[in-house]
Design a protein around this ligand. Structure first.
Ligand code: WT7
Length: 695
């Protein structure tokens, strides 16, 4: 809402109303009950020392974070913990030299050589799972690194990886990290076009892909998207020289797309030449970029967040050990996709840095039925479970008994992440999935932040349904109003959550666009653009939140135009751009509709160019365009063809009014709009239609 206020300085009424809407949500929420962490959890926990909050008080910042970096092996120790000479481009552990792959793989061989690093579970239930030991991971990562070297890739090059949830994905990432090559993993569900945008932006000359993978019982042809991506990148003036194709089953090609002579190579064939190869890890400066991860934002172009090697790895290692409570003897399963930041931080880098055994599951959780996760957990002895409110809602709807009839499923620890969780859903997670014996952490963070920012520490704090919890040690979080005044704890007022200080996991910036980085995250509350003091640079996260008297943050959702569908962050502008590729469309607005399962789904409103009449064919074309250009996950729930879109007098489309209509709410006072009469027409069309059951 705050963002909207900033965008519509011309509409005083809008300001007043936006404030009422947001604050009233917060004020009417009652405080939820506390749940103490189970005794048996505390007895075995990695971290039980509340004095950490003293050690990480502001007067000990930034040196306190040495504790995090000391979880890693350094070739060379750093001389400067935090360099603030070029705000807000912070540098952590400057002077240090480190290799992420070495820390995730090589250093565990001494103690954990034959322990599973990953257990891969294929989607087809009759295909056996594959346990890959640290030794095997080491061997395969080295061989892939040798292939990358043979192809002439060097430290600092970017490689785009468009791959599903298979072992070859983390192997490829780690091989890049071994050589200091910056990987950019694109979620496999994204289209060829979306992949192309990220290839072009990152300047990758090599694309790594896979022939196909299982999803919902079907072998999907994935290589075909690589051809689309290379084609689209070429049209944008960016040549891709090599496409490396992993095969889901070596030597059995699953795709209909032909291999392009001179460009496409099979990974299994390339690897034959490098059997047993060993490649020395490259000693990287702590602040060298480890990878790029793209997020959608308020404008069309996705932002490539650049994450560092030393700071990022220290931050994800510490939080994996202390917040995820991973011990080497645990079996940990994070159901997220590695194509998102959760998978990077809490399947690959953090867990491997602490010698975890992690499950990688190829398919959808409800295939062939909602009992699948519990059968996997039972068979593999999973005791740490990490997923999103969307998945929890989905499993709850499909089978409210959850793992009740699986006596061998007992988690000690569970995570919820990605969006606010409704207290009712939290209680089901706690009582039914956790059987009242598991601790839950609700971890609030973002792609930009590298790792968790707000959460309870599992053996120390009580849990409270719907609230993430206090900020982590060394994270000085606060709620600011629009003027930058701190809103005190316990006031019940909502505002913008900010982090007043830099921390080791924070993004180093947006690839190729430093100005946009400053504008998006720092311009809002910066006190002096010339200041070299971090205290003048509060980080604006873009989420609305409240802070309760007990110091727990409750996140209300995004303040900007991003629609979070089932944990996938989609930019309104990206979606609207896709809709506008349909010839007949004149104007488009995409708004979030609350959905019981997915959190939010997009609703599309369009007006047509003159001379066209509304038809189901046009609606179909719009749906197809969104699926094609963005992804199937972005599929609109409704496409409404309306006579005109509601606009302010300065011509800005009032998405807030449309969102209210989509969600069955009163659009409020619209008399200041340029075309108030259209609001009622749309409302009758949308809400009337629903009453008639036509949605
Ligand atoms: C946005 C970040 C965090 C990794 C996965 C998503 C929302 C995230 C929570 C939570 C309430 C949450 C926020 C945030 N969010 N975790 N525990 N409670 N909201 O990363 O795609 O960068 O999305 O997800 O709105 O800003 P992302």
């Amino acid at each position: 809402m705050a963002e909207e206020i900033r965008r519509n300085p011309d509409g005083a009424e809008e300001v007043a109303e936006a404030e009422v809407t947001e604050a009233s949500v917060a004020v009417h929420w009652s405080e939820e009950e506390y749940y103490p962490p189970p005794m048996q959890f505390i007895a075995q926990a990695n971290f039980t020392d509340p004095s950490i909050y003293d050690r990480f008080r502001e007067e000990h910042f930034p040196e306190c974070f040495k504790e995090y970096a000391d979880l890693l092996d350094w070739y060379q120790y750093w001389h400067t913990t935090l360099d603030t000479s070029n705000p807000p481009f912070w540098k952590w552990f400057v002077g240090g030299q480190i290799n992420a792959c070495y820390n995730c793989v090589d250093r565990h061989l001494a103690q954990h050589r034959s322990k599973a690093a990953f257990i891969f579970v294929p989607e087809p239930e009759d295909e056996p799972h594959v346990a890959m030991t640290y030794q095997e991971l080491y061997v395969r990562v080295n061989e892939v690194a040798a292939v990358l070297q043979e192809l002439g890739l060097e430290t600092g090059d970017r490689v785009t990886i468009h791959m599903p949830m298979v072992l070859e994905l983390p192997i490829t990432m780690l091989a890049c990290a071994r050589l200091g090559i910056i990987h950019s993993v694109v979620f496999a569900g994204f289209s060829g076009q979306a992949c192309a945008d990220r290839i072009v932006d990152s300047g990758s000359r090599v694309l790594v892909t896979m022939d196909g993978y299982y999803r919902n019982g079907k072998m999907l042809d994935h290589k075909v998207k690589a051809d689309e991506a290379v084609e689209a990148a070429a049209q944008a003036g960016h040549p891709v020289e090599r496409v490396l194709v992993w095969r889901r089953y070596p030597r059995q090609y699953q795709s209909q797309a032909p291999m392009v002579e001179g460009r496409d190579l099979f990974m299994d064939e390339l690897l034959q030449r490098h059997r047993g190869a060993r490649v020395e890890p490259v000693k990287m400066p702590a602040e060298a970029p480890l990878f790029l991860m793209y997020t959608s934002g308020t404008t069309g172009k996705p932002k490539g967040h650049q994450h560092s090697t030393g700071g990022y790895l220290a931050y994800t290692a510490w939080t994996s050990k202390m917040i995820q409570d991973i011990h080497p003897e645990d079996v940990y399963w994070c159901m997220a996709d590695i194509g998102w930041i959760t998978g990077h931080s809490y399947i690959v880098y953090g867990p491997l840095a602490v010698a975890a055994t992690s499950v990688i599951y190829e398919g959808v959780p409800t295939y062939p039925d909602a009992g699948r996760p519990w059968r996997i957990a039972e068979e593999l002895g999973v005791n740490i479970f990490h997923t999103s409110p969307t998945a929890i809602r989905m499993l709850r709807k499909a089978d409210p008994d959850g793992p009740k009839n699986h006596p061998n499923v007992q988690f000690k620890h569970m995570t919820t992440v990605g969006e606010p969780i409704e207290p009712e859903v939290w209680r089901w997670y706690y009582h039914v999935v956790g059987k009242g014996k598991a601790v839950i952490v609700d971890t609030w963070w973002q792609t930009e932040t590298g790792g968790f920012l707000c959460t309870t520490i599992p053996a120390i704090h009580n849990m409270k349904p719907g609230s993430a919890g206090p900020a982590l040690p060394g994270i000085y979080a606060a709620i600011f109003d629009d003027e930058g005044n701190e809103i005190p704890a316990g006031s019940g007022r909502a505002g913008n959550i900010v982090i007043r200080n830099p921390w080791p996991g924070i993004t180093q910036g947006i690839w190729g666009d430093p100005e946009r980085f400053i504008q998006t995250y720092y311009a809002r509350y910066n006190r002096d653009p010339n200041s070299k003091d971090w205290r003048d640079w509060p980080y604006f996260a873009g989420d609305a939140a409240t802070l309760a008297a007990d110091g727990y943050f409750r996140i209300l959702g995004r303040v900007d135009d991003v629609i979070n569908v089932a944990g996938h962050r989609l930019g309104t502008k990206e979606l609207e751009s896709a809709v506008l590729t349909v010839e007949e469309v004149a104007e488009a607005a995409v708004v979030p509709r609350v959905d019981e399962l997915k959190g939010r789904v997009p609703d599309v409103y369009v007006s047509l160019k003159p001379g066209y009449t509304p038809s189901p064919e046009i609606q179909q074309k719009i749906v197809a365009a969104v699926e094609e250009i963005i992804s199937k996950i972005a599929r609109p729930r409704h496409v409404y063809i309306v006579p005109d879109l509601p606009k302010t007098r300065s011509g800005k489309i009032m998405r807030r009014v449309l969102a209210a209509i989509s969600n069955g709410q009163d659009p409020g006072d619209v008399t200041t709009l340029a075309n108030p009469e259209v609001v009622d027409t749309i409302r009758r069309m949308v809400q009337g239609e629903e009453l008639a059951g036509a949605s």
